[in-house]
Write a protein that binds this ligand. Structure first.
Ligand code: SAH
Length: 382
């Protein structure tokens, strides 16, 4: 087994939950930066992190890092890295993504082509060949340059980890699965508490919560790029880790999770997605508009992503919609409300200031995660 530095990017603002997930998996966190966590792990960690982390965007092996303010330095720094440890002679390799912040080098296409040339030079010397056919496995490379420090990673995931494989059909503005999971994990919700999403769309919040309740790993039903790298992570190791994840599912979990949407078609999609995820028996989906929201029990959670006016005609309805949400919420007994929105008058219309609020970047869109906290249920005797 070899020790790697593994990099897990995530949404800006949810680093704390990813850090906890990594620690819970049993790995040591090396650093926490904005939108990115670095931790130590071996080959097994690569498989277990890809299969098990709910809030990461992907898992990269850090190939190396160095300073560069000129393209010559970028070329030399890249060439000095041990590419032959990873990329096989017939491998297909390319810089899939280059990002640069506060650095001299900033043109993604130049960074990409120079690094590619540099890796080719390195591998020519190591493999003693002049030409690479690149007919073998894929090795997508990602690079970020922060204040002239270049960090180079090899992407072990391929498709972003938010793609669990269950969301074949989506709403107009679906929330990314890993962001939904992160937000749920930022709340005190647990499987013994009621969860309602009154704007469920394609069902992302209820489905992610149900998967958590049943301890169902998010990556059990998909593939990862590193599954093709038998020389780094053996095939049997992947099989063992997938099996481990299956064995850990709690088939007896009976959480109380409900998803509602005014749109009948969205309810149908939610049901189909939940079925694909294998959690349809744990969620009650129903067509229902917000003004019918009520619940007889105490101490529930609303976790939701209300419309925030992506389209002009929706914007007119926002004040009424959020006012209704505030009214319906105030009728519930001892509930908590958590919502992510970019609508700047959310609190004003709801009629109450949030107890907490956290800035979250949903892609390029700045949103807030408002948290209205209800009381805790009394501790049960015994
Ligand atoms: N989080 C969801 C997306 C929610 S989009 C996902 O990941 O797919 C907002 C949803 O609110 C839409 O599906 C829309 O149909 C629904 N909606 C709009 N007005 C509503 C109302 N008054 N009552 C209930 N649902 C409503």
């Amino acid at each position: 087994m070899r020790k790697y530095e593994l990099i897990a990017p995530c949404h800006f603002g949810v680093e704390s939950v990813l850090k906890k997930e990594i620690t819970d998996l049993g790995y040591d966190v090396l650093s926490v930066e904005d939108g990115r966590i670095t931790f130590y792990g071996d080959e097994e960690a690569i498989a277990r992190a890809n299969i098990g982390l709910r809030t990461a965007e992907r898992i990269l092996i850090q190939v190396g890092s160095f300073e560069a303010t000129t393209y010559d330095e970028l070329f030399e720094g890249t060439k000095a890295l041990p590419w032959e440890d990873f990329i096989q002679k017939d491998g297909k390799f390319w810089v899939a993504k280059a990002a640069s912040v506060k650095s001299k080098l900033f043109s993604p296409s130049d960074i990409q082509s120079i690094m590619k040339k540099s890796i080719v030079e390195r591998l020519k010397e190591k493999y003693h060949v002049q030409w690479f056919d690149e007919t073998g496995e894929s090795y997508p490379i990602r690079v970020f340059i922060m204040k002239d420090k270049v960090t180079v990673g090899l992407d072990t995931s391929g498709d972003s980890l938010h793609k669990r494989g269950y969301r074949k059909l989506t709403a107009k503005a679906p929330i990314a699965e890993n962001l939904a999971a992160s937000l749920i994990m930022l709340t005190p919700w647990n499987k013994s508490r009621i969860l309602v999403d009154p704007f469920c769309g394609s069902g992302t919040f209820p489905i992610e919560a149900a998967m958590m309740a049943a301890n169902m790993a998010p990556g059990m039903n998909r593939n990862f790029t590193a599954m093709q790298w038998d020389h780094i992570v053996e095939n049997d190791l992947w099989k063992d880790c997938m099996l481990e994840a299956r064995e850990e599912i709690d088939h007896t979990a009976e959480p109380d999770i409900q998803g509602y949407d005014i749109d009948e078609y969205m309810v149908k999609i939610s049901r189909e997605n939940a079925k694909l995820a294998g959690v349809d028996h744990m969620i009650h989906f129903q067509q229902r508009s917000l003004d019918q929201l009520s619940h007889p029990k105490k101490y529930g959670f609303i976790i939701t992503n209300p419309p925030y006016g992506e389209r002009l005609e929706e914007q007119e309805n926002l004040p009424t919609l959020y006012r209704t949400l505030g009214e319906r919420y105030s009728q519930l007994d001892a509930w908590s409300l958590f919502m992510i929105t970019s609508y700047e008058k959310a609190e004003e219309m709801i009629g109450r200031k949030a107890d907490k609020n956290r800035k979250i970047y949903n892609g390029m869109l700045k949103t807030y995660f408002y948290q209205f906290l209800g009381p805790r249920p009394p501790k049960r005797n015994g």
